[in-house]
Design a protein around this ligand. Structure first.
Ligand code: 2YC
Length: 273
C-alpha cells in the first residue's frame, strides 16, 4: 500500500472545505452524505452529536507523519463529532484515549489504518472505506454505474474491494494491474475482465477508478473521462487533466470520513421506528 508523507498531508486541514465543495459539485453529495451513502445509510439514520473520537499517533515502522493525526481529527470534527489527538503515542496513547472515554479510536501503522468502536469492539478499515467512498463518488458523478463500462487501475486492496462493490452494482468492469497474478486472481474471484495494456484500456473507458500508485499518461486519457482516484501519489499530468471531465481525488479525507461514519454506525444508528 502506498504511504502518505508529510508533504501530502500538510495541506489537508486547510483544504477540507474545498474538498467538500468539490464533492458537492462533482457527485451531488457533501462529505457527510457521501460517507453515509457509502455504507448504505442516510444522515438522518445516525446521531453523531456528542460522539467523542480519540486519534492515537503510532510511531512504528516509518513513524509519525506530521499532521496525520491532527488531519484525521479535523475530518472527524467536520462531520459533527468531537475529536482529540492523544498527547502520547502507541500503547500509552491508546490507554489515554480509553481513559478519556473515547467512543471511537483511530490508529494507523504502515500496514493498517483502523477506527475502533470501543462500545463493542467493531472496527472500520481504511481499505474498505476508501474503496466504498470512491465507488460512491464515481456512482454519483456518473449518475449510476449499472450496465456501465468501468476501468479499475490497481488490483490491490482498494481496487479489489472496489471491483466487488461495483460488480454488485452491475458495472461492466475491466481491471488492469502491472502484476499479472494479482489481476488474474481478482478476475477469478470477482469475474471481471482484465487488460494487459493500460494505455489501450485508458483510451477506451470514460469511467476510471484509479487505485494504483502509478502515473496516468495523459496522451491515452479519453476526452471526457471521469476519474475517481484515491491513488497516491497524485498521478495526473497536464494533458490528462485537460482531457478529463472530472477528477475526484483527495489524499485522506474521503476514506477517513467513511471510517468515522461506519465506526460510529456500530453504536449510533437510530432504531428505525
Ligand atoms: O502518524 C502516524 O500515526 C503514522 N503511523 C500514520 C501512518 C499512516 C500510513 N498509512 C498511509 O499512509 C495510508 C493512507 C493513505 C491511509 C491508509 N494508508
Amino acid at each position: 500500500m502506498t504511504r502518505l508523507n508529510d508533504e501530502m498531508v500538510k495541506g489537508i486541514i486547510g483544504s477540507l472545505d474545498s474538498t467538500n465543495d468539490m464533492l458537492i459539485s462533482m457527485t451531488g453529495m457533501d462529505t457527510m452524505g457521501l460517507a453515509c451513502e457509502a455504507i448504505g445509510i442516510t444522515p438522518e439514520m445516525i446521531d453523531l452529536k456528542g460522539v467523542v473520537v480519540g486519534v492515537v499517533p503510532v510511531t512504528s515502522g516509518l513513524g509519525i507523519i506530521k499532521k496525520f493525526s491532527e488531519s484525521v481529527a479535523e475530518i472527524v470534527r467536520k462531520l459533527g463529532m468531537e475529536a482529540f489527538v492523544t498527547e502520547s503515542a502507541d500503547v500509552t496513547g491508546l490507554a489515554e484515549a480509553l481513559a478519556a472515554g473515547a467512543e471511537i479510536i483511530f490508529m494507523a501503522d504502515d500496514i493498517k489504518f483502523v477506527a475502533i468502536n470501543t462500545t463493542n469492539g467493531k472496527f472500520s478499515h481504511n481499505s474498505f472505506s476508501t474503496a466504498a467512498g470512491y465507488v460512491t463518488a464515481l456512482k454519483g458523478a456518473a449518475g449510476g454505474l449499472a450496465g456501465k463500462e468501468v476501468l479499475i487501475l490497481g488490483a490491490g486492496r482498494v481496487g479489489s474491494i472496489a471491483a466487488e462493490l461495483m460488480n454488485e452494482m452491475g458495472a461492466i468492469i475491466t481491471v488492469y494491474d502491472i502484476d499479472e497474478k494479482k489481476m488474474r486472481d481478482l478476475s477469478a474471484k470477482v469475474g471481471v475482465k482484465t487488460s494487459n495494456d493500460v494505455n489501450s484500456a485508458l483510451s477506451s473507458h470514460l469511467l476510471v477508478l484509479n487505485a494504483s500508485p502509478g502515473a496516468i499518461d495523459g496522451r491515452y486519457v479519453k476526452e471526457g473521462t471521469i476519474f475517481s482516484s484515491p491513488g497516491i501519489p497524485y498521478p495526473f499530468d497536464e494533458l490528462g487533466l485537460k482531457k478529463a471531465k472530472m477528477v475526484i481525488h483527495d489524499p485522506l479525507e474521503i476514506g477517513a470520513a467513511v471510517m468515522a461514519v461506519q465506526s460510529a454506525s456500530f453504536s449510533r444508528l437510530r432504531r428505525s421506528t
